[in-house]
Design a protein around this ligand. Structure first.
Ligand code: ADP
Ligand code: MG
Length: 235
């Protein structure tokens, strides 16, 4: 589905992403974990064309998408959300949902938007300005909005941050339902129990590189991961 090879991004002297290499299998939910500052968000930015790499290649469904613009990448079927939600604050939640869609009648688009808002538990807020939402609600609106474009691959940057645990569990279940219908996900998150219950595969980043990849329990028990992610002392 996605093949990232030797991806590199330097900010001045800092190597934010330093040779990141990994593959995503179609139809699988993969988690991307790692300490703060390890390069996870920048990796998303490089995949989706928000930042240009200094080196490396990104292939989506066999096609080289390195250096394409964010809208070109989105139109190919690769969607993403941002760690800090990017909504139009003066527009309503429903308007935010429909703004990016170019196909279908208004009636169809609004119907679909309302279904997706129901999916994330935000029906009551459809007519509210996006600026009135809490941080967690804005994250959920972004999640619903990216699904409007029916992406085949979705990159989610900390989708559960600021979302209460009950709702987070419900959203995780809905992601699993979308996965069963064929959508592929790469999810950055820090909620380890949630990630471990959601993802079939876990990638671990440290200092700009992917240092481990595998089933959740194998990755969790990997000594390099314990050292990078948990600190050596933590059992
Ligand atoms: P993560 O998402 O894993 O916490 P990031 O990808 O956001 O990590 O950041 C990786 C490193 O790159 C950090 O040291 C961060 O401060 C730095 N960085 C990220 N974006 C920029 C930028 N636009 N300019 C300079 N440094 C940046
Ligand atoms: Mg980040």
């Amino acid at each position: 589905m996605l093949h990232v090879e030797g991806l590199e991004k330097r900010f001045g002297g800092l190597r934010a992403v330093d040779g990141a290499t990994f593959r995503l299998q179609p139809g699988v939910i993969t988690a991307l974990i790692g300490p703060n500052g390890s390069g996870k968000t920048t990796t998303f930015d490089l995949i989706t064309g928000n930042v240009r790499p200094n080196a490396g290649v990104v292939r989506f469904e066999g096609r080289d998408i390195t250096g394409l613009s964010p809208w070109q990448v989105a139109r190919l079927g690769l969607g993403r959300t941002f760690q800090l939600p990017r909504l139009f604050g003066e527009m309503t939640v429903l308007e935010n949902m429909t703004a990016a869609v170019r196909e279908g009648t208004l009636r169809e688009v609004v119907h679909r938007a309302l279904k997706l808002l129901d999916f994330v538990g935000l029906t009551a807020h459809a007519d509210a300005p996006a600026s009135s939402l809490s941080y967690g609600q804005r994250k959920l609106t972004e999640l619903a909005r990216v699904l409007m474009l029916r992406p085949r691959l979705v990159l989610l940057d900390e989708p559960f941050a600021g979302v209460n645990p009950t709702l987070a569990r419900a959203i995780a279940d809905r992601l699993l339902a979308l996965q069963r219908q064929g959508t592929t996900f790469l999810v950055i998150d820090h909620d380890m129990p949630l990630v471990m219950g959601l993802a079939e595969t876990v990638l671990v980043m440290d200092m700009g590189s992917v240092i481990a990849a595998g089933a959740p329990k194998d990755v969790r028990d990997d000594p390099r991961v314990r050292e990078a992610y948990f600190g050596t002392a933590r059992p």
